[in-house]
Design a binder for this molecule. Sequence first.
Ligand SMILES: [Zn+2]
Length: 131
Amino acid sequence: MNELRSSERIINEVAQGTRSLDEAVDWFSSLQQGEQDSVLREIVLYSIQAHVTAEDGREGLARSGVKATMTPAVLILREPILQQMGKIAGLPPNEHLKAFRVLLSTFAVADTRRRETECRGACSHAWHNLS
Ligand SMILES: [Zn+2]
């Protein structure tokens, strides 16, 4: 079957509803700081692939469990969305957990739309065909 990296698998399991965001946060918390930086950037790249929109950011924030006054929450509501996601991925370590929640929730919204539209039926994306 597909040999996905653990980060890729976990991110996509959350997007596909087979793993909870809280479980993913537990996993993310166990990573070292440099690894957390990489994962945050990875989610931004996946969001580009999924053609993320500003509306996805608003919906993602609502599902993230992050308060609207927190820095990642404030940024995700600004446009252009990809530039803001890049800023969120670059926030200092004390913001990493909230950044992870906001970015992953936003990706989940964008990727769910993609799975239900252009990927509907059969697609060859390994990350959409998790065993
Ligand atoms: Zn697909």
